[in-house]
Design a protein around this ligand. Structure first.
Ligand code: GLU
Length: 484
C-alpha cells in the first residue's frame, strides 16, 4: 500500500500570520488534499522568550477563516500528539539520549564571549564561520565533572572529511553541502531544552511527516536536520523549500509584511477565496491558463496543485493582482450574501441595500468598496462640486435637463415605470434638441449623481425611486440657473 502523504504547517506563535506564513500553510494543505493525505498543524512554541500573547489563537482564527482546515492539531488532537512542542519535552529528552548513543555528541562549555571571539577571528581570516571544535577533545570523565558546575550545550559532531550531504528537494532537485562548512552544531541546551532545529526534526520524524514544505530560508537548517534523521535512524521526509516572496518594487517584502497580515487584509475587505487564489500563485504555476484564466477556487487548486510545479525563483508580491483576483471572486458571490457581510452605514438603506450592492458588485475589488454606492443613494451635493457647476451651468445642459424633466414627469404621471420614464424622457429630449451620445447623457449623470462616473443610471433610478429622481433633476435645474 502506498504511504499516506502527511504534510504539516508548523508556525511559531511569535506574531501575526502574514501572507508568507499563510502561503506556506496553503501549499502544505493543497498538497495533502491533492494526494488525499493528512494536513497537520503543529505549534512550535519552544522559544518561550519570543512567544506573543494571542498569537496561537490568531493562527487558528486565520487558518479557519482562510478555510485551511487541519486533520490533526493541538485543538483537535490526533494519533501522534501532543501537537504543541512545549508539551513534548519528554520526547526530545529521549531523543537526545538516543542520539548520544548513535552519533558523536559532546558537551561544549565555551562561553558566548569566547564563541564571539572565535567568529571574529574566523571572519578576519576570511574563513567559514563555524564552531572551532574546542570542546571536542575534552574527555568524557572531564566533561562529566565539569557539567556539575559549568553551563554547557550539547553539540553534534560533523566530521569535516565526510561525504557531501545531499538533500533531494522536490523543488530544487538535489542540493548538496560539504560537511566542512557545517561545523559541530548545537542540538540542546544544558537545561535539556532542545534547540528549534532538533525539536523540529524529531517532531517531523515522530509525526511521520512525509513532505516538509517550508520557506527556502530553512534550507541551511535542513542539512543539519538530515544528519539528525540519519543519526536517529529515521527515514528522511521529502523536502520542498518554497521560494521566498519579494516586493515588485524591489523593496524588502518583510517591511510590508505587517500590513500584509491576514487580519489586515481581511479588514481591508479581501475575501478568503481571493487571498487563497492569489497565494497559490505565489511560487506555483498552474500551467496553461489560456482557457481557464488564473481564477481558481480552493477545490480547483486542490485538483491542480502539485509540488512539481512550484518554481525556484523568487515570487513577487503584487498588490494589484491580489485586488484583481479578489474582484473576480467577489463577482461569484450573490448580492444577498455580500449585503449581509457588509451592512449599510446607515440603517435607512436596509430595505434597498441588496439591490444597491448588486449595482456596484462588479466594480469593487474589496468588500469595503461596497460602501462607495452609498454616495449615490443620497441627493448629490452640487455646491461642493466644481465639476457639477461646470456641467450644470451651461445654457445647453440646463435646457437638456429641464426639457428632459418635463417629459420624465409626463411619463411618470401616465403610468410609466421610473426606468422607462427616464429612458424615454432622455431619448425624447435628444431628438427634440438634436443631441446624442455623451453630450446627451452626461448632463443627466451629473444631475442625478453629482459625479462623472458611477453605476448605470436606469437601475440607479429604479433603486432610488421616481420621487428622488424628479427631486434631483429639479435641484439640478435650480442649481444650474444660479450664477456665482
Ligand atoms: N516554526 C518554524 C517557522 O515558523 C517552522 C519551520 C518549518 O516549517 O520547519 O519558521
Amino acid at each position: 500500500m502506498a504511504t499516506i502523504v502527511r504534510t504539516r504547517f508548523a508556525p511559531s506563535p511569535t506574531g501575526f500570520m502574514h501572507i508568507g506564513n499563510a502561503r506556506t500553510a496553503l501549499f502544505a494543505y493543497l498538497y495533502a488534499r491533492h494526494c488525499r493525505g493528512r494536513f497537520i498543524l503543529r505549534i512550535e512554541d519552544t522559544d518561550q522568550e519570543r512567544l506573543v500573547d494571542g498569537a496561537e489563537a490568531a493562527i487558528y482564527r486565520d487558518l479557519k477563516w482562510l478555510g485551511l482546515e487541519w486533520d490533526e492539531g493541538p485543538d483537535v488532537g490526533g494519533p501522534v500528539g501532543p501537537y504543541r512542542c512545549s508539551e513534548r519535552y519528554h520526547l526530545y529528552e529521549d531523543h537526545i539520549k538516543r542520539i548520544r548513543k548513535n552519533a558523536r555528541v559532546y558537551r561544549c562549555f565555551c562561553s558566548p564571549g569566547q564563541l564571539d571571539q572565535d567568529r571574529k577571528l574566523l571572519s578576519s581570516q576570511n574563513k567559514v564561520i563555524k564552531y572551532v571544535g574546542r570542546c571536542l577533545s575534552i574527555s568524557e570523565a572531564d566533561s562529566e565533572s565539569r557539567a556539575k558546575t559549568d553551563k554547557f550545550v550539547w553539540r553534534m559532531h560533523v566530521p569535516e572529511s565526510g561525504e557531501s550531504i545531499a538533500i533531494q528537494d522536490k523543488i530544487r532537485g538535489e542540493v548538496k553541502m560539504t560537511p566542512d562548512i557545517i561545523g559541530d552544531f548545537i542540538i540542546s541546551r544544558s537545561t535539556g531544552i532542545p534547540v528549534f532545529l532538533f525539536a523540529n526534526a524529531v517532531d517531523d520524524a515522530v509525526m511521520e511527516i512525509t513532505h516538509v514544505t517550508r520557506g527556502e530560508d530553512h534550507l541551511s537548517n535542513t542539512f543539519r536536520q538530515v544528519l539528525i534523521f540519519r543519526a536517529l535512524g529515521y527515514p528522511e521526509p521529502v523536502f520542498a523549500h518554497l521560494p521566498m516572496i519579494g516586493d515588485t518594487d524591489g523593496g524588502k517584502f518583510s517591511k510590508r509584511a505587517g500590513s500584509l497580515s491576514i487580519e489586515n487584509l481581511k479588514d481591508e475587505g479581501f475575501i478568503a477565496e481571493g487571498i487563497i487564489n492569489y497565494m497559490a500563485l505565489l511560487g506555483w504555476s498552474p500551467g496553461d491558463t489560456s482557457e481557464t484564466g488564473e481564477k481558481f477556487s480552493k477545490e480547483e487548486l486542490v485538483d491542480r496543485f502539485d509540488l512539481d510545479r512550484v518554481h525556484k525563483s523568487r515570487a513577487l508580491f503584487d498588490y494589484n493582482k491580489l485586488r484583481f483576483l479578489n474582484q473576480t471572486h467577489l463577482q461569484n458571490r450573490s448580492p444577498e450574501d455580500l449585503a449581509k457581510l457588509v451592512p449599510p452605514s446607515n440603517p435607512k438603506w436596509s430595505g434597498i441595500w441588496k439591490d444597491a450592492v448588486a449595482l456596484i458588485q462588479h466594480d469593487i475589488s474589496t468588500l469595503n468598496e461596497i460602501h462607495k454606492i452609498e454616495s449615490f443613494l443620497e441627493q448629490p451635493d452640487f455646491d461642493s462640486s466644481p465639476m457639477a457647476a461646470d456641467v450644470l451651468r451651461t445654457d445647453q445642459n440646463r435646457k437638456i435637463i429641464s426639457q428632459g424633466l418635463v417629459s420624465i414627469k409626463e411619463k411618470i404621471s401616465s403610468g410609466s415605470s421610473i426606468e422607462e420614464a427616464l429612458k424615454d424622457g432622455i431619448k425624447k429630449v435628444g431628438k427634440d434638441l438634436s443631441v446624442k451620445g455623451k453630450e446627451l447623457y452626461f448632463p443627466f449623470r451629473m444631475a442625478l449623481t453629482g459625479k462623472d462616473a458611477g453605476p448605470e443610471l436606469n437601475p440607479l433610478a429604479k433603486l432610488i425611486g421616481s420621487e428622488a429622481v424628479v427631486a434631483r433633476l429639479e435641484r439640478a435645474v435650480e442649481f444650474g440657473s444660479q450664477t456665482h
